[in-house]
Design a protein around this ligand. Sequence first.
Ligand code: 6R9
Length: 655
Amino acid sequence: MSNESLANLLKEERRFAPPAELAAAANVTAEAYEQAKADRLGFWAEQARRLSWETAPTETLDWSNPPFAKWFADGKLNVAYNCVDRHVENGNGDRVAIHFEGEPGDTRSITYAELQREVSKAANALIELGVETGDRVAIYLPMIPEAVIAMLACARIGAPHSLVFGGFSADALATRIHDADARVVITADGGYRRGKPSALKPAVDEALTRPGTENVRSVLVVRRTGQEDVAWTEGRDVWWHEIVERQSEAHTPEAFDAEHPLFILYTSGTTGKPKGILHTTGGYLTQVSYTHHAVFDLKPETDVFWCTADVGWVTGHSYIVYGPLSNGATEVLYEGTPDTPHQGRWWEIVQKYGVTILYTAPTAIRACMKWGDDIPAKFDLSSLRVLGSVGEPINPEAWVWYRKHIGADRTPVVDTWWQTETGGIMISPLPGVTETKPGSAQVALPGIAATVVDDDANEVPDGSGGYLVLTEPWPSMLRTIWGDDQRYLDTYWSRFENRYFAGDGAKKDEDGDIWLLGRVDDVMLVSGHNISTTEVESALVSHPKVAEAAVVGATDPQTTQAICAFVILRGGVDAEDAGLVEELRAHVGKQLGPIAKPKRILPVAELPKTRSGKIMRRLLRDVAENRTLGDVTTLTDSSVMDLIQAKLPAAGSED
Ligand code: 6R9
């Protein structure tokens, strides 16, 4: 997109200084940037001292065989000890670790002392099931405390876990079990979603009939919904309450090498089989612990933290489990959807637990905007002091709404950019330091080196766009793709020499602040101009009649690609209104220039999204180009695509 349209986009730019009170007591100040700049490795070595090591590392980074990094390689530690036991030993056993809120309204508050007992019992149960250090354990659970307990139990015994979203199909589960060669699966009879129990165990049973899953010896089943008709394979299936409850509450954690595998997490990518992203122990825990402390300004004695992500997404791993618990936080874990049983459920939870820090995704913020300002206004949200966003570029409209209607125009909003592959937050404002700009993730954190380059790997000047790259290794970086070093090299390190290419387009504004522009695979080419989907979407949702938008480039004989927009309208707007499409096209034209006007605009009721809220543009491209739909196994709700296709008669007629 031209610099002129960037200038347009930034024209309405507002800035928000950190609240004085927060800045005065902030965990991290501007000095951290200086310190890290002067001695990056020394800075990370210091952050590693946040953790309790059985053997303190003397080495920081071993980059002798790039891009295969080793961090803190001669150190030894136990992740579960760091997330649980040490807080009990420090006298904080009575502090609540997790306030669990089930969707039906059942609750359970678990202190650090209880968590230590639960994790120890679960670790002992896994050992009884024959799980040894290094064995992989697949976890396919709803958002219940046992998910966190199971992850920590695996970490405690050095068995890497592989979480699979509860919403994924038996096929997706089987592929992941096979690729990781998992030996045990931990699941539940079901979980609650949208007011109803939704079964999980049948998908496990089906997955385990597929070739490649034969090495699964045991299936450990949590009873959550109490559904009566749970099929049972004797000798393989074990109830959690039967085996875990009878275990000893004592388990001595063993220290593992800093580079011992902690977990594998699959990302679907755009094509091909899912990539098993491998994270290890010491570097990962150092960075998630530090970033959670720095970006959210967590004060463990007084804050109540809530990350609304699913534990099956990397955000749940790093900012429900390992970051907050390593910092001794008190946090909320909520099982269900934001609109069950009513659209104020989240705000009711914030009020009930006095949540002070909320971390969520732009898609959820836009849904709340669509439901109306009056809903959060009914609740007391005055406890909130920091708001975070993750998962997609947040359009300035949603950012401002979030700050105003959830944060009382007072709280900083931190837009955090990172990936499954990066393990922890990489680019984000610091709430006590940065003057925030709606829509921009702004600056690399202390100790992180990110920039924007052109096709030839040259750093672009301020005010221009290109590709986001990371120029130095970081502690929580992926170590490889499980079982496929070559794919690791090809996917991330081959586009630019010695630089990690994140796959995202980005631009630097006149101040050098970074604006994320979406996946480069999604960039559209219209009559010789590169146009980012993010910018057109952002322009569309800045129109008062549009709640959400997804934009794709569809092959077009005249212009190479034509911009095709799918929009969800705000409540009360008539989709049949004859002038609507023209009005929206004109609005985009005015904001970004005539070249960015969508050729087609289609009002729809829903958009296809992954469970982490990312729009699956690939599927919309299939629709816009009249193709059979590709892989839908990672879609939250596959019926959405039928609805969209039905709206598009030309495209829907194919199969
Ligand atoms: C944590 C997570 C990674 C991709 C990433 C980018 C997008 C995430 C973002 C963002 C703009 C942000 N993304 N956070 N884009 N601003 N604050 O989302 O991991 O699911 O692996 O996705 O998500 O495109 O490359 P993951």
